[in-house]
Design a protein around this ligand. Structure first.
Ligand SMILES: [Zn+2]
Length: 389
């Protein structure tokens, strides 16, 4: 399945710049046995750059696979570090746009953690829409309801003062069509859009190969995201990077006509293209260093575990599966424990397991959590060598 036109701007001046061959097509699906986990189909991720708008996407993304209705685990709220961060971000947006006693919509609400928080902190009423929603995961919040469906034109009657969409657009191939659906849903109300995606800039700058995986078909930079918003009839109010520059936030409103306001965070198409070149030059060095490090651990007979399941661990382990160094992947999300990792075939364990396993090395999939994890391990009498991505 080759996409010959840019999903953001429709132009055809595209350039492939990096391929991850044979990546498992799913990383967060819940699988209960090893054989099934290893049988997950594999396909190439072909990072493609649009010379017309600077958008980066998987040019061979298979849009025919059912990614989100077969059990999908993506909750982050089990980490105190994350809860503190998301509470601060939410309070800020509530204050900025006075989102109190208002109506809010969340597109791609997952298990509903964020819309519950937004509603509680601002005394708002809300609707969360997501095909991967699971009832009963989280407290009941008055005035908050859920629709277990993909967002589409049929939800256009829902009106809101704030439309939020966090960590969802990177899973959407038809980005322009999606933004046009959001735009056409806006009628009498004049909502603020509050969207969040991973930033490709950091991935390119530090060669964060573990952040490239199949379910992410779309990789935004501040420039490409803002250009898409303007092109589909929105005006960018603000943009910023958070969480060690991993997450890119955008605040926007429907514009009269095409907005020409450019935000200072936006990079040019040429600047982003230069970053893709740098990434390609550096990535093999980075992969080689990890390979050498892991082979060294194996030679020394060290017990190595990965802390942090989900897509990052699949993205990381896919590169080194042949070395067979890493025995276990630990995650604090109790809904992941016992599941088998797609494409890798290992079973997730909880932190309790590490007490008896006593790892020599722990590789942390997101350094933002380094202190939290080190403290947890120390509390269990464990003091392994810690490495962070
Ligand atoms: Zn484009």
């Amino acid at each position: 399945m080759k996409h010959t036109a840019c999903p953001n701007c429709g132009k055809k001046d595209l350039e492939e710049f990096f391929t991850i061959p044979n990546a498992p097509t799913q990383s967060l699906v819940t699988i209960k046995n090893r054989e099934e986990a290893l049988a997950i189909p594999r396909k190439d991720i072909v990072l493609t750059f649009c010379n017309s708008c600077g958008f980066i996407f998987n040019g061979e993304f298979d849009t025919s696979i059912d990614y989100y209705t077969q059990g999908y685990e993506d909750q982050q709220g089990f980490s105190p570090t994350f809860v503190k961060f998301i509470t601060e971000v939410t309070n800020r947006v509530i204050d900025r746009y006075d989102i109190r006693n208002k109506q809010v919509i969340e597109i791609g609400c997952g298990k509903g953690d964020f819309i519950r928080l937004l509603s509680k902190l601002g005394n708002n009423r809300g609707v969360g829409i997501d095909p991967a929603y699971v009832p009963g995961r989280g407290e009941e919040v008055e005035g908050v309801r859920f629709i277990k469906e993909f967002y589409s034109d049929k939800h256009g009657d829902l009106q809101a003062d704030l439309i939020t969409c966090r960590h969802t657009m990177e899973h959407i191939h038809d980005t322009k069509g999606f933004m046009e659906t959001v735009k056409s849903s806006i009628k009498e109300a004049d909502p603020v859009l509050f969207f969040e995606v991973p930033s490709i800039v950091r991935i390119l700058d530090i060669q964060a190969f573990w952040d490239i995986f199949y379910e992410h078909c779309t990789y935004f930079s501040p420039g490409s995201l803002a250009r898409l918003f303007r092109q589909t009839g929105f005006e960018v109010l603000d943009m910023y990077l958070e969480y060690d520059k991993q997450y890119l936030f955008i605040e926007a409103k429907a514009a009269d006509g095409i907005s020409e306001k450019v935000h200072p965070l936006e990079e040019s198409i040429e600047e982003l293209k230069a970053k893709t070149k740098h990434f390609v030059e550096q990535i093999n060095i980075q992969l080689g260093e990890w390979r050498e490090r892991l082979s060294g651990f194996k030679a020394e007979g060290k017990k190595v575990v990965v802390w942090g399941g989900g897509s990052k661990s699949v993205g990381f382990l896919t590169q080194f599966a042949d070395l067979d160094v890493i025995e276990h992947v630990c995650d604090i999300n109790p809904h992941m424990q016992g599941n088998f990792i797609p494409g890798i075939g290992k079973q997730y364990v909880g932190p309790d397991f590490l007490e008896e396993y006593k790892p020599d090395v722990v590789i942390v999939m997101n350094s933002v959590y380094m202190n939290e994890i080190q403290k947890d391990l120390a509390g269990r009498g464990l003091h392994p060598q810690m490495l962070g991505l």
